[in-house]
Design a protein around this ligand. Sequence first.
Ligand code: SAM
Length: 267
Amino acid sequence: MSRPEISAPPEVFYSDVESKKYTSSSRIQHIQASMTLRALDLLSLPPNQHVLDIGCGSGLSGEILTQEGDHVWVGMDISPSMLSVALDRAVPGDLMLADMGNGVPFRPGTFDAAISISAIQWLCNADSSTADPKQRLTRFFNTLYAAVRRGGKVACQFYPRDQIQTEQIITAAKTAGFSGGLVIDDEHNKKNKKYYLILTAGNVTTNDINLQGVKIDKSQSSANRKGKKSVESTKDYIQRKKELMRKRGKLVALDSQFTGRKRRPRF
Ligand SMILES: C[S@@+](CC[C@H](N)C(=O)[O-])C[C@H]1O[C@@H](n2cnc3c(N)ncnc32)[C@H](O)[C@@H]1O
């Protein structure tokens, strides 16, 4: 798996060109939407919550917050280019240029919940000789803990480089006061393995997972217990997006037998 966080700081890596390329890729749109849906599934939020999207990028994850639960969201990101693409796309959330490693700059208890999709692994890299990943992780989780109301929930999907990074992240969350744990989907599939850190700010109940790096396999997850499919198919995704565009008054191609079908490779 390629690791952009090794190649350059996020605000450099997500340049104007890269941000547009990222956002217009239907493969990326689909993956980010699926992971956001899964994060929401793990959070089980009631509708109309006030949600922070950390590392919101161009708004791919945020859009799902609006579509799925009518949540009111604020997105923060360090890349001006990503935020500019989000503005061009007129995403429904408010946007803020901020480095999560400097802390989550909101008043205590501002949010009911927070999500972060494919972003917090960036905190594990030092972009300068003065940046200390451990300190940045600590500041991030401490301030996030304050910004979420007590009992509020947080889901962070992330791509750890190794077990050490996973432990660094879990330890910082635990030290800040969060309860919760790690959910790993497709654990034995090297390519599709996905990590979700699911946290609750205070208010530990017996249903909470002990934050010791406990792993829950996807087969035990709430969605699967209910017999619900947690990851939508490509066809369902395309049809949902088309329906949304129709509702927004956009001209959308009619569905046909070819909608969402895999194409043959072009040579
Ligand atoms: C892979 S993109 C994901 C964007 C969005 N969540 C999505 O699902 O499409 C990762 C995002 O994290 C942001 N990011 C990385 N480090 C950050 C930091 N220190 N503070 C805020 N945002 C950061 C990047 O700028 C980028 O937009």
